[in-house]
Design a protein around this ligand. Structure first.
Ligand code: ZN
Ligand code: ZN
Length: 392
């Protein structure tokens, strides 16, 4: 008999309460819990990069549908919207696993473990639990994180913004824009505003992004928006690769292998953290790199985790951009719940249900997807490809 863990009981309990609420009102964090509860059984044993590879897979298929201009509703076999729903589901599973599981259930080989919930941002103005919506507000405090405005003014300075690290003209704007961002963060500091943000429904959150970036989306085509989405999906992969590497080196005699690498980067790290500077000075006096190696390892890993959260927020923001642009492109009547705009929550709800209309995996129709479901699904896909090749 399968053992039901404490975490599973807790998730089941929360889901039962959640299922009484109209999915139109579900927040992002509630979708994370709901979708993760369906796929928890196979995701719990997967490594972070394995789950993220499913996001990469769906993002690339989304790009294919964009290239084919396949703007059909989600009930169709394919189309941009359906791929967006599937991609969103895997994003939620990834975040769900690392915000709901306990250390003992994640295993010692997991390169993330519980660090997404235990590690807090160096500028944690929102406070409270570590959740997906919190990482979003930390990155987007109601304004664009570059120009500090809502609506975003970046397109007016497009070239300068793109090359801001080297463009001298940026100096002139930097001060004022940083001030805008600090002011916006201060607004979020008030607990009721953060709470208000976290209780936004998923659809309201998508609107939150189109309020900031609607003008930006207007002058970009869907292909270009999709490039940005793929770029951000790649940035998460980058952070995951680095986390895996850190994990391997940590297991593999940290001192001997880490020390020289970190010692070499000594010149580049001065000034980024007082604690590190202290270690660097100590090393110079003692002529030993061991303490610096450890301090750097901690510093880099913490930054790595913080970056990962920021990149996950960016992926979500560009997925919202795809949805907003798609909403402008889909002609009234094509998607069932138009006129007006389509509800992404309804699209997800329509996809993740079984024959009885209950919230479940659409392939095996179970509320907790069978472990064999993915294997069956992939086998069918591979055989289909083979058949296509034979018949062509
Ligand atoms: Zn901007
Ligand atoms: Zn299934």
């Amino acid at each position: 008999m399968e053992i039901v863990t404490e975490t599973e009981k807790l998730i089941d309990e929360k889901l039962r309460a959640l299922l009484k609420v109209d999915k139109e009102a579900w927040t992002l964090d509630e979708w994370v819990l709901g979708l993760y509860s369906i796929y928890r059984k196979h995701d719990i044993k997967s490594m972070p990069s394995d789950i993220w590879l499913q996001v990469v897979n769906d993002a690339s298929q989304l790009a294919e549908e964009v290239r084919r201009e396949n703007y059909k509703p989600v009930s169709n076999e394919e189309g941009v919207l359906r791929q967006a729903v599937k991609m969103f589901c895997w994003m939620c599973c990834f975040v769900g696993k690392y915000t709901h599981e306990k250390a003992q259930d994640l295993g010692v080989n997991d390169s993330i473990g519980i660090s997404l919930v235990t590690s807090h941002s160096s500028d944690d103005f929102a406070g409270g639990d570590e959740t997906y919506s919190k990482w979003i507000v930390l990155k987007f405090p109601g304004v664009c994180p570059v120009c500090g405005n809502s609506p975003c003014l970046c397109p007016s300075y497009a070239e300068m913004v793109e090359n801001r690290k080297v463009d001298p003209r940026y100096e002139k704007f930097k001060g004022e824009w940083s001030k805008n961002i600090e002011n916006a963060k201060r607004e979020f500091n008030k607990s009721e505003n953060t709470k208000d943000f976290r209780t936004k429904s998923l659809n309201q959150l998508i609107k939150f992004f189109s309020d900031i970036y609607g003008g930006v989306h207007l002058q970009m085509n869907l292909d270009r928006i999709c490039f940005h989405l793929l770029e951000e999906v790649g940035e998460v992969s980058d952070e995951l690769l680095y986390l895996n590497l850190l994990k391997q080196y940590q297991e593999d005699e940290l001192d001997k292998k880490f020390k020289p690498v970190f010692y070499e980067s000594k010149g580049r790290i001065q000034g980024i953290s007082p604690k590190l500077d202290e270690q660097v000075n100590k090393v110079s006096a003692e002529k030993s790199g061991e303490a610096l190696g450890e301090a750097l390892f901690e510093f880099i890993r913490t930054s790595n985790i913080e970056n990962l959260k920021g990149e996950l927020a960016d992926v979500f923001s560009w997925l919202c951009a795809v949805l907003h642009k798609l909403d402008c492109l889909i002609k009234p009547g094509v998607v069932k719940d138009r006129p007006g705009s389509f509800s992404f929550s309804r699209q997800i709800e329509n996809h993740y249900k079984n024959f009885h209309g209950d919230f479940a995996c659409p392939v095996c129709e179970k509320a907790k997807c069978d472990k064999l479901c993915l294997l069956k699904n992939l086998t069918a896909k591979i055989l289909n490809k083979k058949n296509k090749k034979l018949s062509s």
